[in-house]
Design a binder for this molecule. Structure first.
Ligand code: PLP
Length: 402
């Protein structure tokens, strides 16, 4: 295997993102394949016993076991790191494997975490249910409120954890402010960047320490595989993340890594086109439903901040109708083109009712606390002609009395 850039990362590091998305991190075998090779192997063989010893002692580079390294997975990790502007990245089995690993690898009993109230349901579950079982306390706050971050800090606060835009309320967190505050207190920021991806927003450029991903969403982009990733400094990845990951095994399968590598080649094209389509759909909806939440609509309460830290609004928006669950479900049931689905980041338009799906598990009190009401619907705008998506919404809203 050899790197297509002649072993020298200083060359790839200079490539612009569109080039990195296609070529970053590529290694070629002696077959000279153009597309990345898929290494479906759990183990590796060695010429001599001394080679094994040298590899296990860390004196020689090379593969030993796919829970520790796999060439296809490594190509994905190098490519994501280059796109993110991170020193290092490790791929995970899913977005939730990435979030769990990013938190547990650095937290111990007695530590404290400050997290945004509005979050993906399972991310909230980690803070509310999993971490307390290991003696790690969490405080959840309104992440748009600067003073709330500051006043939640305790002497034992180790991590700030949040997503921006948040799922499904579309709240924006001021990355620069929150990351600077964390730095000043020696706190590590972990940002879930699933909605925007590095194509629209690079949290490390605003001072974040760790960026964690569901690669299932925009990175694959075609709804095929589950995957995740954690990016950070060499020190964080080598000293904190790797000892945890290598011994607990939340690894990304080589096949899934290969699919995400293919997805990354078109990430930039897809996310910009889907953002353009989403803005058109959001603009249409604004005249038809009581509330539309989309970061690049001037009516979004944090429109200016979204424009400061994101290149486009992304594919996802939420709407709120007055008729609660009955009306929201009636809209879903009347759709003819858009699928009822709780996935996002797909090239297909997909719509769901968070209160009865993605956010069912957190319970009614937490939903009320994070602003996920019974009348909220979340829409992932795909790559279809936006006029067809608008026509479908138009007829579905009419059938539901809007
Ligand atoms: C989907 C999602 C996750 C979880 O990712 P999986 O790949 O489904 O495990 C975490 N955070 C956000 C913001 C998500 O949208």
């Amino acid at each position: 295997m050899k790197r297509t850039d002649g072993q020298d990362r200083s060359i790839t590091a200079k490539w612009r993102p569109a080039t990195q998305a296609i070529r970053g991190g590529t290694w070629r075998s002696e077959m000279g394949e153009t597309s990345e090779a898929l290494f479906l192997t759990s183990g590796y063989t060695y010429e001599t016993a001394a080679t094994v010893a040298a590899r296990f002692a860390g004196e020689q580079d090379g593969m030993t076991y796919s829970r520790l390294q796999n060439p296809t997975v490594q190509m994905l990790e190098e490519r994501i790191a280059l796109l993110e502007g991170a020193q290092a990245c490790r791929a995970q089995a899913s977005g939730m494997a990435a979030m769990t690993t990013a938190l547990l690898c650095q937290l111990s009993a007695g530590d404290h975490v400050v997290a945004a109230k509005a979050a993906f349901g399972s991310c909230r579950w980690l803070i509310d249910n999993l971490l307390p079982r290991f003696g790690i306390e969490g405080t959840t706050i309104h992440a748009g409120d600067r003073a709330a971050w500051e006043s939640a800090i305790r002497p034992n606060t180790k991590v700030f954890f949040f997503e921006t835009p948040a799922n499904p309320t579309m709240d924006i967190v001021d990355l620069e402010f929150v990351c600077n505050l964390a730095r000043a207190h020696g706190i590590t920021t972990v940002v879930d960047n699933a909605f925007a991806t590095s194509a629209l927003q690079r949290p490390l450029d605003f001072g974040a320490d760790v960026v964690a991903y569901s690669a299932t969403k925009m990175m694959d982009g075609q709804g095929r595989v589950l995957a995740g990733a954690v990016c950070g400094s060499d020190e964080f990845i080598n000293d904190k993340l790797l000892p945890f990951q290598r011994n607990t095994g939340p690894n990304c399968a080589p096949f899934n890594a290969w699919v995400v590598l293919k997805g990354l080649e078109t990430l930039d094209l897809r996310i910009h086109k889907q953002s353009e389509n989403a803005l058109k759909v959001a603009t249409f909806l604004e005249g038809r439903v009581p509330r539309v939440l989309y970061p690049f609509l001037p009516s979004h309460p944090q429109f200016e901040m979204a424009r400061k830290q994101m290149k486009a609004g992304g594919p996802i928006l939420s709407i709120v109708v007055d008729g609660e669950r009955a009306q929201a479900h009636a809209i879903l049931d009347a759709l003819q083109l858009i699928d009822i689905s709780n996935n996002i980041g797909d090239s297909r338009s997909l719509m769901c009712h968070p209160a009865s799906s993605t956010h069912h598990g957190v319970g009614p009190e937490t939903r009320a606390d994070m602003g996920v009401g019974e009348g909220m619907l979340r829409l992932n705008v795909g790559l279809e002609d936006p006029e067809d998506v608008i026509a479908d919404l138009d007829q579905a809203l009419a059938k539901a009395g809007l």
